[in-house]
Design a protein around this ligand. Sequence first.
Ligand SMILES: C[S@@+](CC[C@H](N)C(=O)[O-])C[C@H]1O[C@@H](n2cnc3c(N)ncnc32)[C@H](O)[C@@H]1O
Length: 216
Amino acid sequence: MGLSCGNPTAIASLKPGEVVLDLGAGGGFDCFIAGSKVGATGRVIGVDMTPEMIMKARRNVSTYTAQTGFSNVEFRLGEIENLPVADASVDVVISNCVLNLSPDKARVWSEIARVLRPGGRVAVSDLALLRPLPEALRTDLEALVGCVAGAVSVSEMRSLAEAAGLGSIELRPKPEYVDALTDWNDPLYQRIMQALPAGTRPSTFVVSLDVTARKN
Ligand SMILES: C[S@@+](CC[C@H](N)C(=O)[O-])C[C@H]1O[C@@H](n2cnc3c(N)ncnc32)[C@H](O)[C@@H]1O
């Protein structure tokens, strides 16, 4: 249901009536939280490129509607590099631990800027690099799927948002998050640990980062 590295719906300060877009919605966890916050007059669109995740998220809609009484969340199959969303139609773009997975991050940020209405905002939680990863980890496909090897540096994250024309960019690193939330018994993370230089941990290299920005 959730594979997150932060809490974008909290940093987004969502208000009733807003239109929210979740990039890489997965099972829909953040969409349903957002839906409760924007209420009956608001709307939430979750986009994911994996048909299985879209099916899973859509199955969760009936439980959400039964619990909240809202029919304001929908899921669309698509890529965050080519969003199936109209220009200037969204108040808030959120995303949780997904942007690092994209092979074309500049394109994703330009899509964010395209779909936001003027004055709209973005609130993203993602993983970012504090220093370059060891080569053995950088090229490890499984590390990529584990949201590590595709991450950009904290300063690159700012540059990507700036290059897309967004303003009021704020980056808040949360160093404690990676150590606290990583499941060290998971075979993937055990393998990542083995690829790290002695005496280092994933949090030596990777930080959970909250990014907020605004379209002027
Ligand atoms: C780590 S999971 C995070 C899911 C969800 N945001 C959460 O917090 O639980 C990454 C999700 O992003 C989706 N995804 C990865 N790359 C994508 C892309 N380029 N376009 C659309 N979805 C993508 C995957 O299918 C997966 O569901």
